[in-house]
Structures are given as structure tokens and as C-alpha cells.
Design a protein around this ligand. Sequence first.
Ligand SMILES: NC(=O)c1ccc[n+]([C@@H]2O[C@H](COP(=O)([O-])OP(=O)(O)OC[C@H]3O[C@@H](n4cnc5c(N)ncnc54)[C@H](O)[C@@H]3O)[C@@H](O)[C@H]2O)c1
Ligand SMILES: O=C(O)[C@H](O)CO
Length: 375
Amino acid sequence: MAKPLQVEVYNPNGKYRVVSTKSMPGTRWINLLICTEKKTILSVEDIISLIGNKCDGVIGQDWGERLFSALSRAGGTAFSNMAVGYNNVDVDAANKYGVAVGNTPGVLTETTAELAASLSLAAARRIVEADEFMRAGLYDGWLPNLFVGNLLKGQTVGVIGAGRIGSAYARMMVEGFKMNLIYFDLYQSTRLEKFVTAYGQFLKANGEQPVTWKRASTMDEVLREADVISLHPVLDKTTYHLVNKERLSKMKKEAILINCSRGPVIDEAALVEHLKANPMFRVGLDVFEEEPYMKPGLAQMKNAVIVPHIASASKWTREGMATLAALNVLGKIKGYPIWADPNRVDPFLNENSPPPAACPSIVNSKALGLPVSKL
Ligand SMILES: NC(=O)c1ccc[n+]([C@@H]2O[C@H](COP(=O)([O-])OP(=O)(O)OC[C@H]3O[C@@H](n4cnc5c(N)ncnc54)[C@H](O)[C@@H]3O)[C@@H](O)[C@H]2O)c1
Ligand SMILES: O=C(O)[C@H](O)CO
């Protein structure tokens, strides 16, 4: 039996009842909706008790059959993940109960790519190790060999999954650090290729070494050739343990591996063994296989930089995610159609004008036969 919860209620006499299972930043989403809950991580039982007998929609994360069934019994038809990745949502169960599932694409792209770039730099230049050394009072004076790391300029950055975030990260590393690009994706990223070509021409015209790009035909090609490899695919059956013991062994001994996608894309136990055996190999991780836990040994590895799933944690992005999630739920409740292009959600984020009368991004709109907006 769930304990009674302290709930913050906005607009108690409102026509609809929408629940947010996590406290979200900013106020725009509240103005667009709702009520929120102070506690941060709720159990399934807590959420069911919050849904109660009447609930039109919910914003949350990690939803399965029991929650969709409870929402449907309470008359609800709308759920939005406050995230772009929805591997943590049982969309088949949502379809079964006729519940629309929203996500928050686009607004996280640059913020997440920036964290991947930050981890790349932190790993390459051993920033966390050096910070710990300094705080421990171990610094005696400048030494030629103190925390020597890797220069990125002229090296090769490898991107696995060159979608929105992977492409943004690739552009940052190519333009910011003049790295050459090799990428692997199921689809060609023509815009990214054009960007690198144009930047290479610009550098050449200025008498500098041009940057280059290559679309790899296999992932192993990226692993063999790149000096820094960043993972940005969705998590599904094809990407589970995409990086395993065998693939780690194909990477350069001094390579850097970054993961801001989903933890299970890497076999984390195999990674810990690889880090132990290869002290010059470095890793930057935002996500973990069994969050919030880490596999034994990872926390002790000096060659790992580890942060708690904060890739999308910039103020602008988190407020934007909350806004998109609220608009997904609100739009569905109001019977609005679905926005035609989830890669172009800017009109929903402009605080100076009312949002379009549409749901920004509903991932199961086709399965539910929901109409597409003509806007
Ligand atoms: N750490 C975080 O806080 C955080 C923040 C945002 C997104 N993410 C994760 O990043 C993922 C990507 O987000 P996005 O907006 O760039 O999505 P996206 O759909 O634009 O890009 C995903 C790319 O992965 C590619 N892909 C799919 N299967 C592949 C495979 N087997 N091999 C290689 N490439 C493959 C797709 O073709 C696509 O180009 C999300 O699904 C989410 O899980 C994490
Ligand atoms: O998929 C996402 O959006 C992230 O994991 C949350 O920032």
C-alpha cells in the first residue's frame, strides 16, 4: 500500500487533471498545465495512487503496462516522457490502452552534444584526475610529465549514431578542434558530410590542413580508426551491448570512449576489465547499464570520468523539455493534431508567442491513427 504523498496542486478547480511524477524546472509548463509532486523518484505504487480515479494525462519516465492500465482506468489518454529516448516506455502497452506517448526531441540536441564534448575534453586532458590531485594538496610545482594527455587537433573523432545529437557533437569536435570525422549510422548524414566538406575547404583556403570525413561501412571500422569515439544511437535490440569485450579490443590502446546515449549500449562489466587492463584507454560516461548503480570497480578507475546522467541538464533545455512534455499532454487532451516534424520544435519553445495548436512529438501517433497537423 503506497504512503500518502505530499502533492503540490496548481489550479485545483481545473477541468482536467494532469500529474507530473517529477518536479520540473521553470514555470512555463505550469502555466500551460498542471500539478506537480515534490518527491523526486516515485515507485509505481506511488504513481498509481497519484493517478487515482480521475487523471487525464501524466508527465513522467519509465512507464510500463501497470501504469498505462491505471491511467486508462482513470480516463487518461496522454502520457509524455520527459526525455527524447523512450526505450524506458512500453509503447506496445500504451497502444493497447490507447494512450498517446510523447517525447521531447530537438530541445536536448546541443546541450547533450556539449556534455559529450565536455567529457571528451575531460578524458583527453585528464581534468578530473588533475582536479583531485590539486585538491589533495599534492601539487609541488610544474613538471613536464604531469598529467600529460592527448591533443585532439588532427586526430579522428568517431561517431556511432549520427542522428540529431551525434551530428551536433561531430560538428563541435570537427569545427572546435579540427578533428577528422569517421561515422557509422544506418542512414547517411548528408548535412553533416556537407558541413565537414565546407569547413575543410575553408581551412584549406586559409592555408591550414583541411579536415576530412568518412562514412564507415561497419562499426568496427570506426573502432579501429578513431581516437575519440562517441556513442549516440537509440537503445534497442540492435544497439544493446553494441560495445562489448570483443569490440573494445578493436579500439586503439589510447582511445577515448564517450557514452551519452544509454548505459546498456556498453557492456559495462567488460568495460571495467578493459579499463583495468589498459590504463591509457579513457572513458567518459553519463549513463550506466543499471542506473543509478555502477558495475563493481568502475568508481575506482582513474581513467574513467563519470557523471550522473546530466547530459541534458542545461536550464534552457530542461525548461524546454518540461514545456514540450506539457504541450504533448495538453495537445492530446485538447484533441490537437500531431506536429508534422519533430525535428523542428522551435515554435513551441518561443516564450513570446503562444505555442502552435498541436502536440510537438507523439511517438505512437501512427499506431493510434492520430491526425497530423497541417501547420
Ligand atoms: N544522456 C542523456 O541525458 C541523453 C540526452 C538525450 C538523448 N539521449 C539518448 O540519445 C539518443 C539519441 O538521441 P537523438 O535525438 O540524437 O536521436 P536520433 O533518432 O536523432 O539519432 C539516433 C541515431 O541512431 C542511429 N542508429 C539506430 N540504430 C543504430 C545502430 N544499430 N547503429 C548505428 N546507428 C544507429 C539512427 O539511425 C539515428 O541516426 C536517444 O535515443 C537517447 O537514448 C541521452
Ligand atoms: O533521453 C533523454 O532525453 C535523456 O536521457 C534525458 O535527458
